[in-house]
Design a protein around this ligand. Sequence first.
Ligand code: PGA
Length: 257
Amino acid sequence: MRTKIVAGNWKMNKTFEEAEDLITDIIELLDEQGKPEHVDAILCPPYVFLEMAGDITADYPVFIGAQNVSQYESGAYTGEISAAMLRSMHIDFCIIGHSERRKYFHESDEMLLDKVKMAHKENLVPIFCCGEVLQDREVSRHFEVVKQQLENTVFKLSAEDFNTLIIAYEPVWAIGTGITATPEQAQEMHFFIRDLIARKFGAEAAAEKTILYGGSCNGKNATELFAMPDVDGGLIGGASLTAEEFVQIVHAAGAGA
Ligand code: PGA
């Protein structure tokens, strides 16, 4: 059975105290209500809060992830954070290839593959994002775009490395817009991605791959989305900034488990 995952991508939100409060509220709620057994909850706060997040959650079944990682190993790269630094802080996961990084920071497929390799070198599990923009969908190019994104990056990995990776399908038109993909739209793309994985890495690798949906997923629509057979949880932006809603989404993933 595939692990269900709900990961909160906080993006560039919250001050130190607000972050402390949010993490504390999340673990208190999960403690009170019980975390569903087959669901992993991951919090991805900004880099500067990772240490505090790790400390607060140390005794709780919650993982901490970073939102990015450098494609370089170490050295004169002002402002960058390496995979080894994250590993040395006991970080387990790392979002790579988010559409905001591709758009605003010009991260190319080549760069993203380097980032994934760096993450793997330090035993970080990448949460690798893919997804089409609205114009692609309007001209029915969405399947082709996602296929290209995967073929240019993570499909170049060895089968072993590919196994240590989570995929997040995030249609760009759904991110932060309040326009969620319908459960059927999410399912058909997740099925398509799983089929591509089966052709490339075999049926077992495909069956075991966790594929998350991201894009205006919230407490209200998560249950329906996660009920789809190929949707294994979510990468949550806006709705991960409120403890109640994030925990509600974790439970929605549990219901579909
Ligand atoms: P959203 O963001 O849930 O706010 O749409 C999702 C994401 O960008 O990961």
